[in-house]
Design a protein around this ligand. Sequence first.
Ligand code: PLP
Length: 465
Amino acid sequence: MEVPVPPTVSSLLADRAGEEMALNDRYLNPQMGRILRTLGFERSWVGGEGAHLIDADGRRYLDLFGGYGVFAIGRGHPEAVAAVQAVMEARTGNLPQLGVTLLSGLLAEQLLARAPGSVGAMVPANTGTEAVEAAIKIARAATGRARILHADHAFHGLTLGSLSINGNAEFRDGFGPLLAGCDEIPFGDLEALQAELERGDVAALVLEPIQGKGVNLPPPGYLRAAQQLCRGAGALFVCDEVQTGIGRTGRFLALEYDELEPDMVCLAKALSGGLVPIGALLVSRPAFETVFDGMERAVRHGSTFGGNDLAAAAGLATLRVLDTERLLERSARLGELLLEQTAPLTDEFEVVREVRGRGLMWAIEFGPPAGGVGRRLWERVEARQPGLFSQLITVPLFHRHQILCQVAGHHMNVIKALPALTIEEEEIVRFAQALRETIAAVERYPTALARFGLRTGLRAARAGA
Ligand code: PLP
């Protein structure tokens, strides 16, 4: 069959607009198509600006998904767009491979200047999971040990190495055997960590300072004590800041709250400016030098596009915008406002178990009411599909309030928000009010909503959601 020459991208955007669901069903992920239709989320997203997504009818949706946290400086930030354009127009000597480039070095300089003194080199990557893979490999090579510890509920990416340290069975199941020597410990449990470290064979402990799945904050002092235990046992301490880093929690890195000095720090997501995929692993000089310890070992680890100019430019522009727009302070301040606005929900509604977060990484957790009709309905909804109750909230938030937010993981009733750090105060207040109204409606009309929930749940369960 002769394949016709594809038209230009600008003409495709205009001429084939509206075909995305059909193309997805045909060539990409039809199960995702079923989920979107079930929830009524099948929109043609034609634009994005700051903290908003814009559909084909010109409606603006407050985007609390934030592309899983990549849009810290907002969608389409002009400065980041200009930086990427400038690199393209300059036709830089990108990817010489047997050669080095300016922008990648400058990005490393900037990142390391903002990171703790314990790290002193950067390994470029293209995604979060690639940064984590690099950390696993470097930990093994630097220590000569095999075991990597991770926490329950941990999420570090979905390639095989990162998946081997994933603390959620629903991601791991069916892909085994995974990497040998990867063991899980309860998040926050120092005794369990100590017991594993005592075996003397642990290369590294990999932790998220705040877990993305569920937005779980560690007990106070846990991270610092864990770091100390690792040091004592000759194991490396790795902070995965792929989600928490780049200003998300109100500091450049979440590890700053505990003054951690890790051996490695994984970065990605928001460093992209929401434009060009990027990952980076910051590594201590001693660990780095034991791995790259001779000319013949200079290319032991790497990837073709790691350190490319477009990604580096997006990263440098992101760091500049964080500074010039004072987004760390903003993230901390607006995060407090969000907690202030939503914390009262725990007293106002029986189903709200907890509201938590740091900076603009926020979550609300629901739990069953103590008894009565509400309890019976909760049980019916949850019997169909654990975690379904949350959809009774996210669906009306989307349809009635034009707010897009996510359930924070499988089988959990936690809704999460990772908005652009540039979000306006009024939008925070509007979200809190929309949430209050939505939860009140669920409490007021539980039967109607449960009926919807059961229907949605059945369909979503059949779709494999
Ligand atoms: N680490 C953490 C903490 C993450 O949240 C994620 C993605 O959500 C990853 C690693 C993987 O990043 P990527 O999807 O870019 O591979």
